[in-house]
Design a protein around this ligand. Structure first.
Ligand SMILES: [Fe+2]
Length: 372
């Protein structure tokens, strides 16, 4: 595979922190950003080691998304296109690739199939292009003028944008790999699945005290941010109850067993249309093997871990809340926007102290709790 000459430890590849943009000397920051870039790039490379064959790169894992050959090119192209837009680079490396890999499949409805045909290039040509881009970015990190603090005006802001964009796509590509046929993928050592498997603890509602919340970041914030993170919002939150744990596979199974997917009354209009379209009766990554339930992970199928959080979309979560409300005689719903802010602060605290991996876990918590 590409770029294996760099000696990067697995643990560093998996767990690292976004650079603090207003501390340290320019040369310290330059070295830190170079390492952050290299670790991110390597993680992106290693992810694709999960595919067994070149053919798998051209399979459409999800009808609403491009095949993975697009994404392996896209994360590299994004750097070049943004650097050209910002006037940091004047010349393209590969105009054809930088057009073909520029735009993904976005803003499509779940029933809006895209049948457009693309003449995708060979995998080795895309890998060669990635090697070129990596060299360009490394040279820029070493040579561009760098003044502290790094902010919106800095050329390094564009580099950071490219790195954070790549990190987003590492997550989305892993989900696409999870959607490929199991025979097309292989387990690699870097990605271990969680071994804490068993029955779920009983879930209860817990009181969250009323309080004031303030979210948003200023332009002088110490961390890189996307445009929708800036600005400020303050609010007073009334006390509310939230479930102690995320909704587990075990809890959700009760909804499945009660024919939740076959009963229109739990679903919104859009949700019911989705169920009819998908013809599903349980969550997407669940597998039924006789009387046994299994769960599809990125590159393996395991006995159902009943204590893991269930993975469902908004429409399924909404139907589950309606069903659960009827069961318990209480109004249960997904967390409204203002209540989310309470936990957004927890997220920020965690990212500063523990790094990006904990942030992902915290966001997960936000999306899957129930509130009363
Ligand atoms: Fe993208």
């Amino acid at each position: 595979m590409e770029d294996k000459k760099d000696i990067l430890l697995d643990n560093d590849i998996l767990v690292n922190k976004s650079p603090i943009l207003n501390q340290g000397t320019p040369e310290e920051k330059r070295a830190e950003i170079l390492r952050y870039f290299q670790l991110t790039w390597e993680l992106d490379n290693r992810l694709y080691d999960s595919l067994k064959s070149e053919e798998a790169f051209y399979m459409r894992a999800d009808p609403l998304r491009h095949p993975l050959i697009f994404y392996i090119g896209h994360t590299a192209t994004f750097f070049i296109n943004k650097l050209i837009l910002a006037g940091v680079l004047n010349e393209r490396l590969n105009p054809k690739f930088e057009s073909m890999f520029a735009v993904g499949v976005d803003e499509m409805s779940w029933d809006d199939l895209n049948e457009q045909h693309y003449d995708w290039p060979k995998l080795e040509d895309v890998r060669q292009y990635r090697r070129q881009v990596k060299q360009v970015i490394e040279n820029l990190i070493l040579e561009l003028p760098l003044q502290m603090p790094i902010n919106w005006e800095s050329q390094f802001w564009v580099i950071l944008m490219g790195i954070e964009h790549q990190r987003i796509h590492i997550e989305t590509s892993s989900v696409l790999i999870r959607q490929l046929p199991i025979d097309e993928v292989q387990k690699i050592d870097l990605f271990e699945s969680c071994t804490e498997r068993g029955l779920a603890p009983e879930n209860v509602l817990q009181k969250v005290e009323a309080g004031k919340v303030s979210i948003g970041k200023g332009r002088d914030d110490a961390l890189y941010g996307w445009d929708n993170e800036f600005g400020s919002f303050k609010s007073e939150i009334k006390s509310f109850n939230a479930s102690k744990y995320l909704v587990s596979n075990q809890e959700f199974k009760e909804f499945v067993d009660d024919d939740g997917y076959g009963n229109e009354k739990w679903w919104t209009e859009e949700g019911w249309a989705w169920v009819q379209y998908k013809k599903c009766s349980f969550p997407f990554f669940w597998l039924k093997d006789g009387e046994q339930w299994k769960l599809r992970l990125m590159s393996e199928e395991i006995e159902m871990p009943w204590n893991w959080p269930v993975e469902v979309n908004y429409l399924e979560a909404k139907a589950f809340c309606n069903w659960k409300s009827a069961q318990e005689g209480k109004k249960l719903r997904m967390r409204p926007k203002r209540s989310i802010t309470v936990f957004t602060i927890v997220c920020k605290f965690r990212i500063n102290r523990n790094g990006s991996k904990r942030l992902e876990i915290s966001i997960w918590n936000i999306m899957r709790h129930l509130v009363r």
